[in-house]
Design a protein around this ligand. Structure first.
Ligand code: URA
Length: 193
């Protein structure tokens, strides 16, 4: 049983798959370690690899804007992590074996956080956490219960940067998430500013 500090240190020394060879920094996670809401992305991109923080590049800026609409931000009320902690070369999808090697870190983060609600960002996270053949175009915005906890997937912010036509449906998904937070997360203060 890890503490947050021990987990982060162990993860920083991980060599369970070859992605560690080219990393500048592992990207463990960020946000509030007592949050009721967990967001899970795919894996670090170039900016994240350089800074050691999740979602700090262009997609991260859009994510912050999306979260702001429903009163969430990483300094106040959410925790964000990724399925894989090291950047896949040229931002390719993490391979199945890389996800398998890495998912234990995310499971430990989940165990420590004990979130009341989990938001998967994109197909890879949804495939790893909801069900393996997740179809994001068909299943985004639907709730799935896993061990009593509601999980939902929305489009990955990178997909929304590539295809703005997906934004209106994402807005509806965000509003459904906001409603669920109001029902299930009594300690989450939504901060609209
Ligand atoms: N995309 C992700 O899935 N995660 C990050 O941390 C950054 C971009």
């Amino acid at each position: 049983m890890y503490t947050w500090e021990a987990l982060e240190e162990a993860c920083a020394n991980c060599r369970k798959c070859s992605l560690h060879e080219k990393r500048t920094n592992p990207v463990f996670g960020a946000g509030v370690k007592t949050a009721e809401i967990m967001l899970v992305g795919e894996g670090p991109g170039e900016t994240e690899d350089l800074q050691g923080e999740p979602f700090v590049g262009k997609a991260g800026q859009l994510l912050d804007d999306m979260l702001k609409i429903i009163g969430l931000d990483r300094k106040s009320n959410i925790y964000i992590a990724n399925v894989v902690k090291c950047r896949p070369p040229k931002n390719r999808d993490p391979l199945h074996e890389e996800q398998e090697a890495c998912i234990g870190w995310l499971r430990e983060q989940y165990r420590l956080l004990q979130p009341k609600l989990v938001i998967c960002l994109g197909r890879i996270a949804a495939g790893a956490l909801i069900h393996p053949d997740f179809k994001i175009t068909r299943e985004h915005g639907q709730w799935f219960e896993r061990e009593g906890i509601p999980f939902i997937a929305i489009y990955h912010p990178s997909a929304l940067l590539r295809d703005e036509s997906k934004r209106p449906e994402t807005f509806l998904d965000l509003k459904a998430i906001e409603q669920k937070i109001k029902e299930l997360c009594p300690n989450t203060e939504l901060s609209y500013y």
